[in-house]
Design a binder for this molecule. Structure first.
Ligand code: PDD
Length: 286
């Protein structure tokens, strides 16, 4: 059984609880982060801590945990649960004032809820899915307009994964006004020759922590990086495609809406970036 963290306490998962009036539960009034663990260490912890602070700020929510304490809690959960490879899920909600009301409760009297738990994933780096490559389908992006805030409103992304699954695919890429925004839980890229193309930052997509690292590494490896929108048609004609996220790192994409890319195998650029990313992140893990 896992040991989880709830509002200052480390507890067995079946003894942890929060209020039924918690605004995360009633209103999806909460934000989250997913940080990966390799060799028992945290990958890009700083990036996730900075984005968490920004998400809270954008929602006028108080940050109840200092960065140092947050690091300590992450490390303690890794230790208590013996995680060598896996994920740490963190969620902070606006808490509960013991009732349901659309208006925010007074932050002076209502404490945010802080929950963290681990997910043990032994073959995350040596992933069979990454060796095969993912098949994606496109779906309309009907999410709200502030996708740059990492909120827990994940119903549509969850439905998107189910639509993909029913179509025999692994994931869905979302399309708005004719252009790809991002994957259901990852950022989307195409590759043309030595050029990597991914949507520019804005309110329309989550500013991926893995995206920032991978783009930096691509530039350092003398690849060209173009941050602009692209269509599904352009993606289908690209040499390669891939996605990035804290949970899947760099994941090659081999099929888009039934069109096979190249030979239908993970592309060279995607595989090279996956290798560079994993190598470098293992070295800088905390
Ligand atoms: N998802 N875009 C969306 C919509 C996401 O949900 C995620 C991450 C990303 C990639 O961000 P990062 O590189 O910081 O993980 C992009 C996490 C992993 C999840 O929901 O499980």
């Amino acid at each position: 059984m896992r040991t989880v963290y709830v509002n200052g306490a480390y507890l067995p998962e079946n003894e942890a609880s929060i209020s039924i009036f918690d605004r995360g539960f009633l209103m999806a009034d909460g934000v989250y982060e997913v940080t990966s663990v390799l060799d028992g260490k945290l990958i890009d912890f700083d990036g996730h801590a900075v984005r968490l602070a920004r998400s809270l700020d954008e929602l006028e929510m108080r940050n109840p945990v200092s960065k140092d304490d947050l690091l300590e809690i992450h490390r303690e959960l890794v230790r208590l649960n013996g995680i060598e490879e896996g994920l740490i899920y963190l969620q902070i909600t606006r808490g509960s004032d013991g009732d349901r009301d659309f208006a925010f409760p007074d932050p002076e009297t209502t404490e945010p809820t802080v929950v963290l738990f681990t997910q043990n994933k032994p073959s995350m780096a040596d992933s069979p899915a990454a060796k095969r490559g993912a098949k994606v389908i496109s779906i309309d992006d009907i999410r709200w307009g502030r996708r740059d805030i990492k909120t827990v409103q994940l119903l549509y992304p969850s439905m998107g994964k189910m639509i993909a699954k029913k179509a025999g695919c692994d994931d869905a890429w979302m399309v708005e006004d004719g252009f790809v925004t991002e994957g259901t839980s990852n950022n989307a890229y195409i590759v043309k020759g030595n050029r990597i193309i991914t949507r520019h930052l804005g309110n329309e997509i989550l500013h991926g922590i893995t995206r920032a690292a991978v783009l930096r590494m691509a530039r350092e490896a003398q690849m060209e990086v173009e941050e602009r929108s692209f269509t599904i048609e352009e993606a289908q004609q690209a040499d390669e495609a891939f996605t990035t996220s804290a949970s899947a790192f760099v994941m090659p994409v081999v099929e888009i809406d039934g069109v096979t890319l190249g030979e239908g195998l993970p592309g060279k650029v995607a595989m090279r970036l996956r290798e560079i990313y994993l190598d470098e992140m293992r070295k800088t893990a905390v």
